[in-house]
Design a protein around this ligand. Sequence first.
Ligand code: NDP
Length: 297
Amino acid sequence: MTEIIDGNAVASEIRDGLTDAIETLADAGARPGLATVLMGDDPASQTYVNMKQRDCEEVGIESHHVDVDGDAPSEDLFDTIAGLNDDPEIHGYIVQAPVPDHVDYRDVIRRVDPTKDVDGFHPENVGRLVAGDARFRPCTPHGIQKLLESARVDTEGKDVTIVGRSDIVGKPLANLLIQKADDGNATVTVCHSRTEDLGEKTRNADVVVAAVGVPELVDGSMLTEGTVVIDVGVNRVDADTEKGYELVGDVEFESAEEKASAITPVPGGVGPMTRAMLLYNTVKAASMQEDVTVDLP
Ligand code: NDP
């Protein structure tokens, strides 16, 4: 039987585990605060930001939101960032990507106070992660590690093939999984659009992580019997549904399920974990800034 790894259930456990820590911080007069910043009015980004605020409310994190006009100069966004860096009630914040074309996203990331960078994208935090001393693990890779742990997948000595080398998923996940650590110690292959014979790389793996953004790129023929499959992709494809589309992953679920020992569904796999780990990082940020010790799940 193939195990379907239930991201909603694991995320719910993480959120429950955070509630005690949040109350400990609140009792110490330091309720965690997360801000979201949205420049422009991209509907998908608005949805993501709304979900993050709702998640905060559910667990007792104070949520704040700042809208910046999409046509405003970069300096307006930079002023907002400077304000959040100085605001003691904001322990962490995210600037929702993508930002408008006239804004340099790298410049945005560099301006975020690294101790409030709950996305874990600031170069200082990236460097710390690579050096094995992570302050904030980026939410999606950290969520994937938690999913593997929940499915009792020990990565030590395993061959892991990651398809995708983005700064937010593929690269940080590869760096986490090669760490000399209980949730690392894997041998990692990172694939991308120039990789030759992708199927050979995925068939050689004990664990395949697909983070590509190409609907159903990885199918059962590219997997060996017993592989653990983590599907990060969220792709809208036209479908005869009320909304006119459906969400599919980067893995063709039906054929992959036949080969996999465990697999994440889309939706309901990695997505809820990304959201839960943002809450985790916010609580960690508050704990460090307020010097209040808490147990993290
Ligand atoms: P990016 O577009 O930043 O990166 C995609 C990567 O896939 C690139 O490294 C690219 O290679 C590689 N790639 C593209 N086509 C191929 C191909 N045919 N064969 C092999 N590699 C290929 O994507 P993200 O990492 O931001 O996101 C990936 C997917 O995950 C998306 O569907 C996104 O929506 C989803 N996502 C889901 C999250 C969640 O919480 N569930 C969180 C984050 C992302 P190259 O570098 O050469 O261009």
